[in-house]
Design a protein around this ligand. Structure first.
Ligand code: ZN
Length: 225
């Protein structure tokens, strides 16, 4: 099964970016936990580099992912510094495969948001450099921009950011849903005169029932469920 390491930036004594009554470390933890919850519907293992408000070094974040053997590392951040909108980063030495994954994740998130697309960028960030698997860093809106901050205070916008990340990760790793019925789990239901008389794993057992009631019933329905 594929493994995804979600990395909520900052934490503990490092609040990250601060502005308009918001702290980056709180927002990214909420977003990371939301992504983890949504990915529970898929065939994937998910871990967070931190699940509480505590400080974790950049090296430790990558080390956790490397030791675990993660297939994808997604670092969650909120921007600051006077801009507006959404952007993603991979490491400058990353190749075409990771550029494709960045594009997939980037576009899935942008599709959920009505903000400026600042582009798919590269940067020599420690977590991107030190993680040995594909690593992507997202910067969702600017905490110090009044309109962006207003969006970050809106629960439905946070949910949209979560949904975008989930969709991007699902597509980038082509994760199948859990609980998809396999051929062996399919059932054949026999309904005679509007009443179900049985559900059978073996088609021949369902057919036997159809035969039994044939000629005696007004209607016989055979359904695959
Ligand atoms: Zn940050």
């Amino acid at each position: 099964m594929k493994k995804v390491m979600i990395d909520p930036g900052h934490g503990g004594s490092d609040p990250g970016a601060v502005g308009n009554g918001l702290r980056e470390k709180d927002l990214v933890l909420t977003i990371a936990k939301g992504i983890e919850a949504e990915l529970a519907a898929y065939q994937v293992e998910v871990k967070l580099t931190r699940t509480t408000d505590r400080i974790v070094s950049l090296t430790d974040r990558s080390r956790q992912a490397n030791n675990w053997g993660a297939d994808l590392f997604v670092s969650i951040h909120i921007n600051a510094g006077g801009g507006t909108g959404f952007e993603t980063f991979i490491h400058p030495t990353d190749g075409a495969r990771l550029k494709d994954m960045q594009k997939t994740v980037h576009q899935a998130i942008m599709k959920q948001l009505n903000v400026r697309d600042r582009g798919q960028k590269t940067a020599n960030f420690a977590v991107l450099r030190q993680s040995s698997m594909p690593a992507i860093l997202t910067e969702s809106l600017f905490i110090d921009h009044p309109a962006d901050a207003l969006q970050l205070k809106n629960k439905s916008i946070i949910e949209a950011i979560v949904a975008g990340h989930r969709e991007g990760i699902v597509r980038a790793l082509q994760l199948p849903l859990k609980h998809r019925l396999s051929v062996h789990e399919q059932l054949y239901r026999v309904i005679v005169d509007g009443k179900q008389i049985g559900a059978y794993k073996e088609p021949k057992n369902a057919a036997k029932q159809v035969e039994t009631y044939f000629g005696r019933a007004k209607s016989i329905q055979l359904e695959r469920i």
